[in-house]
Design a protein around this ligand. Structure first.
Ligand code: EZ4
Ligand code: CO
Length: 406
């Protein structure tokens, strides 16, 4: 039997090695510690306060072995359920507790979750360019680097800053300023450009590479249905977030008109956001993450539920999730039977140094490594060299100034 692992101390570490990350470190009186990611891009300090003022005080003295009970305590015990701040705070605790338990047992996390269903985790990279030719060259660069799946985003004529296009191609980071950058959006221009991009990519790269695209909530259901239909000849792996998913009913219209697979859920924070989309077979891939959805304990529950309708996972893996989330996601991906694909945007060298980790990229896939726990940690001395920098995500307006979805 695993002896009790009493939580002795917990603290929040904020660091900004190129962008902001919030980390929770939990220590037990057996000397085993665990770390969890609590980053909420553009709203970091809200989660810091939630953890420091309301969560850490109730963790002290608890037995870290009881991951499920602690999850239920934090979820039910708050009375105010769900929401991105609460669920990321719970996720951070959950990641740290799975890390502690796997370390105490001397096994890698995937082993504790039920063992490996696969030896590698297929990832997709992000290709983007100012125009179709530049995006196409970026796709070529990813394929040469061994990727078998690539998300492609391109500039739209007349729009200065469309979603997903950046100057620094390798380390896309939209949260660039302390106040939100204002961008302009035109749906008609975009609806002309997106099919032209994928036509050009299929002509150049043939049928084999998996191609993905993120609409980033910019369309109405009817516009999304049209886009999905116009993309059908180019056989996308998925069309992501075609319209906001607050109202799952909106997806009935999209679904009725196109067989382009749909991926939704990077902003979801619980099973309740995903339930109707899944049970009504309105989506094919779920973008919910370990960090966004209350940790491994809750994401596992969502994935099992999704498996009943053959919905597969496609965890969000942008750079605003720290390497700790990526490590947890990879152990989860390695186990989860209904795995689809994993998003992978590379972190900067500074971020990788602050968060040493056991996973590595090879031939279009990420490998968990065999370190015990989830295999990621924080170098606190190095983290202290990168103080917090206030930054917020951009906003989008239509050409007449109307506020839109970024
Ligand atoms: O814009 O995580 O698919 N990936 C995405 C991301 C999100 C960021 C927001 O912080 O849509 O790049
Ligand atoms: Co997205």
């Amino acid at each position: 039997m695993l002896p009790p692992l009493r939580i002795r101390a917990a603290r929040v570490i904020v660091t900004s090695p190129g962008r902001n990350f919030v980390t929770l470190k939990i220590e037990t009186d057996q000397g085993v510690h665990g770390v969890g990611d609590a980053t909420l891009n553009g709203r970091e300090k809200a989660v810091v306060a939630y953890l420091e003022d309301h969560v850490i005080p109730v963790l002290i003295g608890r037995d870290a072995r009881n991951i499920e009970d602690i999850w239920q305590y934090l979820y039910r015990g708050a009375y105010w359920r769900r929401g991105p701040v609460t669920m990321r705070a719970i996720a951070a605790v959950d990641m740290a507790l799975w890390d502690i338990k796997a370390k105490a047992l001397g096994v890698p996390l995937y082993d504790l979750l039920g063992g490996a269903s696969r030896d590698r985790v297929r990832v997709y990279g992000h290709a983007n360019g100012a125009d179709i030719a530049e995006t196409s060259d970026e796709v070529a660069r990813y394929l040469e680097a061994g990727y078998t799946a690539v998300r492609a985003q391109t500039g739209v004529p007349g729009l200065a800053k469309p979603y997903g296009v950046s100057k620094d191609k390798d380390f896309y980071e939209p949260a660039e300023a302390s106040l939100p950058v204002e961008t302009v959006w035109s749906t008609p221009a975009y609806l002309r450009q997106a099919p032209a991009l994928f036509e050009a990519l299929r002509v150049r790269f043939g049928a084999e590479p998996l191609l993905l695209h993120d609409v980033h909530h910019r369309l109405t259901p009817q516009e999304a249905a049209r886009l999905g239909k116009s993309l059908e000849p180019f056989d996308l792996f998925w069309m992501e977030d075609p319209t906001p998913a607050e109202n799952p009913e909106a997806f009935r219209l999209i679904r009725a008109h196109t067989t382009t697979p749909l991926a939704v859920g990077e902003v979801f924070n619980s099973i309740w956001d995903a339930k109707d989309l899944i049970a009504n077979q309105l989506i094919d891939y779920l973008r919910a993450t370990v960090l966004g959805c209350g940790g491994i304990t809750h994401l596992r529950r969502i994935a099992d539920f999704a498996s009943l309708w053959q919905v597969r996972t496609g965890c969000h893996g942008a750079t605003d999730l720290s390497p700790i989330t990526m490590a947890c996601a990879l152990h989860f991906d390695r186990w989860v039977p209904n795995f689809g694909i994993q998003e992978y945007m590379r972190h900067t060298a500074e971020t990788d140094a602050v968060f040493p980790h056991a996973y590595h990229f090879e031939a279009g896939a990420l490998f968990t490594g065999e370190a015990i726990g989830h295999g990621a940690d924080i170098d606190e001395a190095l983290a202290a060299k990168y103080p917090y920098e206030p930054r917020q995500l951009p906003i989008a307006r239509l050409e007449d100034g109307t506020m839109w979805n970024w």
